[in-house]
Design a protein around this ligand. Structure first.
Ligand code: ATP
Ligand code: MG
Length: 565
């Protein structure tokens, strides 16, 4: 094959997204000396979710692509909602996703002194003033997008008085809410964020890092941009709702007179059947609608990890969805596609039966146990094999048998033949039923000894192949079958008078006993498998010696509960 043809067969590189275009242009023009420096700036007030994962992949991904750096910075300016537990979980999640901030772990709270100094610069320039109006009055006098705001009666305080009051705010002389520091911009601006926004408030609440050192705290808009500047961030990437904050971001940096990063906004990730607001996720946890932040039904990174998602599948998802300038909703089945694709390559195959019915092979010797050879993973060319015990009494899936089947049913039925995966062709001869309930208690079959792999009739074709386990050898496990947490695609858009809580799926978790081939018995938490024909499963951390617990990651195809399980 010649070279040009070879190249044609290569997957075409995807085109640049709009952020990469900006970055490449800046590099070409020698802006920031060609440096690329991004940051991921979570507020430690909850666990990270799949939306954050997108932002992490984007920020760390850009730094890697352009030989730059990416900081992890906690925007910890609100001591009321922030906790060390969240800081720790965020670091764990970023690392798990496969990213490394090196020695660049920062906290906005580390800059409190510097930020205070910046605020003093604004006061000295006559660009900020202490306002004594209560919060309610401040918002009432801000006006509306079509109506200008009213200037505060404290707006024209002298620099001297402002400096004095601001330092006494810091010294703790005033109670919460009695005064704020506001930027002096323009009460008639069409952009509400420029109508003398609050930049410091009094809050006598200890901070998880600075303790009692401070009783005034910078507002997010103030701390965020100035922290970007302190860290010499070149491209400050954030979600679209901050677009209207950008003039304030730029104004503050310009007036203080410090290094100016460029803020770029992209559309936040929204996923169908999922909520992403930290406030709502916290409500699910606090009100016990789920078992914790890492409940496998949660869209948190820790929930997805426990559910059995891999870092590769999430990074691939972030790459596939790309970066958009407009808000949209991504179908959650795309995320499920990504984990299927990854686990198809990685997960070993095993057989397990979740809703068993007994098969008795009448012509199979009573005490014989054969070790059948089965592939670990047909997708892996060097795939090894495993041994699966076969004996006279087996379990198959109850749904794989029908007494009175329709024409297109290719599984087991009276008089019909199926192949048992990695074993023999069997034929159904009769059924035993409970005399009272009429439920089938056992299915009697015969087997064809020539149809085993390597046997003279091993290639004989039948329409259906079923998974099975040997009843005497199967190990019993707990299996947690998860479905979507919400019943409607956009639970955030609840009808009037309803909340997202009203759309919780009552069947999002179903627990069953499963019977698995014995090869899985020494599995540990995090080990993943494909249960043939059923889906991908992962061993849960609730497993105890002797009692394995499995989570279903996803069913095999994009159809929930196809096997009726
Ligand atoms: P909330 O859920 O209360 O709106 P938040 O998700 O914005 O808060 P942050 O901790 O401020 O919480 O987010 C950290 C970073 O992650 C920010 O840069 C933010 O823009 C980004 N981010 C948050 N949610 C998403 C999302 N759904 N899609 C993409 N990026 C997101
Ligand atoms: Mg935020």
């Amino acid at each position: 094959m010649n070279e040009s043809k070879d190249n044609q067969n290569e997957k075409p590189a995807r085109s640049l997204n709009f952020i990469e275009e900006i970055v490449e242009k800046d590099i070409r023009e020698g802006k920031n000396d060609g440096r690329v420096h991004t940051r991921f700036p979570p507020e430690p007030n909850g666990y990270l979710h799949i939306g954050h994962a997108k932002s992490i992949c984007l920020n760390f991904g850009l730094a890697a692509k352009y030989h730059g750096l990416c900081n992890l910075r906690f925007d910890d300016t609100n001591p009321v909602k922030e906790e060390v537990e969240y800081v720790d979980s965020i670091m764990e999640d970023v690392r798990w996703l496969g990213f490394d901030w090196g020695d660049r772990l920062f906290y906005a709270s580390d800059y409190f002194e510097q930020l205070y100094g910046y605020a003093v610069i604004l006061v000295e320039k006559g660009k900020a003033y202490v306002c004594d109006m209560p919060a309610g009055e401040i918002s009432a006098t801000r006006g509306s997008p079509t109506r200008p705001g009213k200037e505060s009666p404290f707006r024209n305080r002298t620099v001297k008085e402002n400096l004095d009051l601001f330092s006494r705010m810091r010294a703790g002389e005033y109670p919460d809410g009695s005064r704020v520091l506001r930027a002096k911009i323009d009460m008639t601006s069409p952009n509400m964020h420029l109508r003398d926004p609050i930049i410091y408030r009094i809050l006598h609440t200890p901070h998880h890092r600075t303790g009692d050192t401070w009783c005034i705290y910078p507002m997010y808009d103030f701390a965020h941009g100035e922290s970007d500047s302190i860290e010499q961030i070149t491209h400050s990437i954030c979600t679209l709702e901050f677009e209207v904050h950008r003039p304030l971001y730029d104004w503050l940096i310009r007036e203080i007179g410090i290094y100016a990063p460029r803020q770029i906004e992209f559309a936040r990730l929204n996923l169908s059947y999922t909520i992403m607001s930290k406030r709502k996720l916290l409500e699910l946890v606090k009100e016990n609608y789920v078992k914790g932040w890492d409940d496998p039904r949660m869209p948190t990174i820790s929930g997805l990890r426990r559910r059995g998602f891999t870092p590769e599948s999430i990074r691939n998802f972030a790459e596939i969805i790309g970066v958009a300038k407009r808000d949209n909703v991504i179908d959650v089945s795309l995320l499920e596609f990504c984990i299927r694709e990854d686990l198809n390559k990685k997960a070993n195959r095993v057989m397990g039966v979740l809703n068993p019915v007994k098969i008795i092979i009448d012509n199979y010797p009573e005490d014989l146990v054969e070790e059948m050879e089965a592939m670990m993973n047909p997708e892996n060319p060097e795939g090894r094999t495993r041994k699966v015990p076969f004996s006279k009494e087996l379990y198959i899936e109850r749904d794989d048998f029908m007494e009175d089947p329709p024409k297109k049913f290719f599984r087991l039925a009276p008089g019909r033949e199926v192949r048992l995966r990695a074993a023999y062709i069997i034929k159904c001869e009769s059924v035993e039923k409970d005399p009272v309930t009429q439920e089938i208690t056992a299915i009697h079959c015969t087997y064809d000894p020539n149809t085993k792999s390597g046997g003279p009739d091993s290639n004989r074709k039948v329409k259906g192949t079923l998974h099975w386990v040997s009843a005497a050898h199967a190990i019993e496990v707990e299996v947690r079958l998860y479905d979507r947490l919400f019943t409607i695609p956009e639970p955030d858009d609840a009808e009037e008078g309803k909340s997202f809580i009203d759309y919780l799926n009552p069947d999002s978790l179903k627990v069953v006993n499963g019977y698995l081939e014995p090869s899985v018995k020494d599995s540990k938490a995090g080990d993943n498998y494909q249960f043939e024909r059923l889906g991908y499963f992962v061993v849960d951390s609730d497993s105890r010696t002797g009692t394995l617990v499995f989570n279903r990651v996803v069913p095999l195809r994009d159809s929930w509960a196809k096997t009726g399980i």
